[in-house]
Design a binder for this molecule. Structure first.
Ligand code: UDP
Length: 327
């Protein structure tokens, strides 16, 4: 299969490309390198530096390479930033996604996987969160993904392009060669590891008075390789003639912020000083997704659910790349 991966120089996208190539797929990466890293792009992938805001550029890429399927990772992805800069999300994520969708249907792309988000479920009635949960986007970021999910519904209905939307929370972990390198970094696991690397003095935990076992927030940490495999499985099913679908992806259990710090101390051997700070606005106490449906339909289950393994693999990458990819 030939797959075009938008955002294939980014964290999750680059690992998806790595696994696709390992699986024998031909891959075209389309990425503007605003947040991605050229060194993250697998050397066997065709790389096009382009911006989805440039309709002609994505149109040319699809027309030239004629992919069977598209995996769409390229996006602004930070919940907090989306509240500060809503138009970046409500305009750019959506318009860029539309440019991609229009080019895809014009050129007969058969299957589309959207890297969506569990931020569709801001106020879940049940934890773990199932696909039947009502959709209440928690931020302009979540809204932008929700709108793209809706547009995909019409792309299938009007053009027959099959799609899968995969919703998940906290991507983490690394492969031997690809890991997490954001600037600025805002995510808990890489920040904790930066303390262990000596790049930060301490980690501030945002709140310890939540209604959780240790008072800190509980999140669903899911290994980036497990996410990549889910995208590939979903793509294969669609290309084999399967119907469109939406899946929530989760680790099976959550880990608290304090557990993350404690496990990182064990893995790194560093004391990792921590401090308790105020709550971060908008943080729910517990977010865990249910993977029952994708497990039932596709047999997917996380291969790396243990927090210690996740942090160990992330740590190995950070030690080998103390300044990230290309600094
Ligand atoms: N967090 C924290 N200190 C930090 C960064 C994050 O306590 O410096 C907490 C955050 O409040 C949340 C959890 O770690 O409860 C995961 O946050 P992250 O930003 O990594 O991912 P999110 O859950 O927002 O997607």
């Amino acid at each position: 299969m030939k797959i075009l991966v938008t955002g294939g120089a980014g964290y999750i996208g680059s690992v998806a490309v790595e696994r696709l190539i390992k699986d024998g797929a031909k891959v075209v990466v389309f990425d503007n390198l605003y947040q991605g890293h050229i060194d993250a792009v697998h050397p066997d992938a065709i790389f096009i530096q382009g911006d989805l805001a440039d309709k002609a550029a994505i149109e040319a890429a699809i027309s030239q390479h004629k992919p069977d399927g598209i995996m769409h990772f390229a996006s602004y992805t930070l919940v907090g930033e989306s509240v500060q800069k809503p138009f970046l999300y409500l305009r750019d994520n959506i318009v860029n996604g539309l440019n991609l969708l229009e080019s895809a249907v014009q050129h007969g792309v058969k299957a589309f996987i959207l890297s969506s988000t569990a931020n569709l479920f801001d106020d879940p009635e049940q934890i773990p969160i199932a696909e039947t949960e009502r959709i209440v986007p928690g931020s302009p970021y979540g809204e932008s993904k929700h709108i793209l999910e809706r547009y995909l519904h019409w792309m299938d209905g009007l053009y027959g392009m099959k799609y899968a939307c995969l919703r998940y929370f906290n991507a983490c972990g690394a492969t031997e060669t690809r890991g997490e390198d954001h600037d600025p970094e805002t995510h808990l696991i890489p920040l904790v590891l930066e303390v262990a690397l000596g790049k930060r003095e301490k980690i501030v935990i945002f709140g310890d008075d939540y209604d959780t076992p240790d008072g800190s927030c509980v999140r669903d940490y899911i290994h980036v390789v497990d996410l990549a495999e889910a995208h590939i499985l979903a793509m294969k099913v669609l290309l084999d003639g399967g119907e469109s679908r939406k899946y929530n992806l989760g680790n099976g259990r959550g880990y608290s912020n304090l557990e993350v710090v404690q496990t990182a101390r064990k893995v790194t051997g560093h004391p990792i000083p921590h401090e308790i700070g105020p709550r971060r606005p908008g943080d729910p106490a517990i977010l865990i997704a249910s993977s029952e449906t994708i497990n039932h339909d596709l047999g997917w289950e996380p291969q790396y659910p243990a927090l210690e393994t996740i942090i160990k693999m992330a740590w190995n990458w950070h030690v080998a790349h103390p300044n990230g990819y290309e600094k």
